[in-house]
Design a protein around this ligand. Sequence first.
Ligand SMILES: Cc1cc2nc3c(=O)[nH]c(=O)nc-3n(C[C@H](O)[C@H](O)[C@H](O)COP(=O)(O)OP(=O)(O)OC[C@H]3O[C@@H](n4cnc5c(N)ncnc54)[C@H](O)[C@@H]3O)c2cc1C
Length: 563
Amino acid sequence: MTWDKAVDLLIVGSGAGAMTAALCAHDRGARTLLIEKTHLYGGSSAMSGGSLWIPNNHLMAAAAVSDSPEEALTYLKAITRGTVPEDKLRRYVDNAPRMLRYMTDYSCLRMQSMLTYTDYYPEVAGGKPGGRSVEPEHFDARLLGEEFARMREPAFQELVMGRVSMTATEAHHLLARHPGWGKLTARIMSRYWLDIGGRLKSKRDRCLSLGNALIGMLRRSLMDRGVPLWLNTAARELVVENGRLAGVVAEQDGRKLRIRAEKGLVLAAGGFESNDAMRKRYLPNPTEAEWTTANPGNTGEAISMGMELGAAVDLMDDAWWGPVTLVPGEERARMLVIEKGLPGSIFVNKRGERFLNEAAPYNDICKAIYANNTPESPCVPAYMVFDATFRKKYPCGPFFQASQQPDWALPKLLKERRYLKKAETLTGIAAELGIDAAGLVATVEKMNRYTREGKDPEFHRGESLFDRYYGDEKVRPNPCLAPIDTPPYYAIVVYPGDLGTKGGLKTDASARVLTSAGEPIPGLYAIGNCSASVMGHTYPGAGGTMGPAMTFGYVLAHEVTGG
Ligand SMILES: Cc1cc2nc3c(=O)[nH]c(=O)nc-3n(C[C@H](O)[C@H](O)[C@H](O)COP(=O)(O)OP(=O)(O)OC[C@H]3O[C@@H](n4cnc5c(N)ncnc54)[C@H](O)[C@@H]3O)c2cc1C
């Protein structure tokens, strides 16, 4: 084999984990190169909320929030239930805070603590009511120069009116109408409209937040170091020489390129969420590629290439799940994160019956959808039903609350496609949805009884601190429960979607890809969603996917550069 290019560490993909691995390996003396298949860098990481779940991080210490490696390990062991080797969990717990410290000290990464964003299971031993999730501060896109135009845009749902960007902390402040929310709204809106230079160029907000801020900070840091990132360059084939991974055959603008990876090759090419055939083969069915909210370029070929080489895979039937709605005119599915737990709404199946705690972590919603989906009581799709009070008070999917965006002001396309179902009675809404009317009426009557006591004895909605984070704190006694009794009634259709798949190449605690015999394949590493997640079948808290991707990027950079 002759090579067109040789580096020490070749990284396939350009998400947060890929960039962290490149940066850390570069700082430790390695020649690194990132290759990205699409014409934009950043992948789902750029589209994301940008949060990282980093237990025992230095920002918690600065805010006097206690945590320890022992508590974090206790929590992870409890929620992963013995499915993940302890040495891998421990490696994560030990290195996640080191990674964040290093990146804060030596790169442009600037994160802030989400002190009130709870772990997803705060009541489990070792769980915390806040602080382990961190999110990016704002980042000025002008610092990227021309590179800004080559960054993947945020998911549409991350933007207000498809334009304006804000941090998760700001969004929560506005949604909960905490004191000062009006001033904050004015500040965010005027910042956007007063960026005259930006507005003359495009509608894209240059004050980046969430995943775009994260990727912007990482990209700027790589630019400062002169680390190359090649776009339109897809890894197509892994090359092995003398039993060791030697490099890849890539395709760049239609021509073949052989790139040698002298110290290691990192697959950081995302999951298979956008590959319909792989979804149908590996995930629970029914499933569709259009139900993912993630990057269209994540089509699983890195996983397939690894498998062809004899790598073992794990967790292929699982994803970072979340209920989604398909909004006409929007390119990607939109996840229902906030609205599903707000009081005055329910999820029902075709029989008109509830089957889950709607305020539970979004990952658990889809697990419940599939677990309850039987021919007798189909749950795919499910239906989110609410009344006029809910519609008036809360944003939902693509709509603002009716007090700000009444039904007549909804976009024409949504009206034409009858996206939002509406009827004067529950029987009418059941007919609109084609579901059992008597079942729906009985379910709503029961739910309304629960709301009077503030207790949901069936599914315990609003009992966990996590449920209440997205509840309406002004609604008492249970911020996630309110009657559904004011016509007209509304509904939207809900599918089991995802933020990406989480099954992939099996790796050890150093991110080395393993064979089915448990042996590392020399020179081959995998991180992010093309590796089987360190979180097993669970989701510890906001940032539970990119926290590990970046941490294991940091870990492997040390491994390839000599510990
Ligand atoms: C709307 C939304 C919100 C989210 N919020 C959060 C959050 O707040 N916190 C969190 O932790 N997670 C969040 N997630 C999930 C998270 O974004 C993903 O799990 C994570 O970014 C996956 O990282 P990755 O490196 O595996 O893949 P990506 O970031 O998608 O990067 C993979 C890259 O590899 C490229 N690629 C694919 N195949 C090839 C190939 N053959 N050759 C070269 N390049 C290739 C892809 O085009 C892509 O750019 C969110 C996701 C979405 C969609």
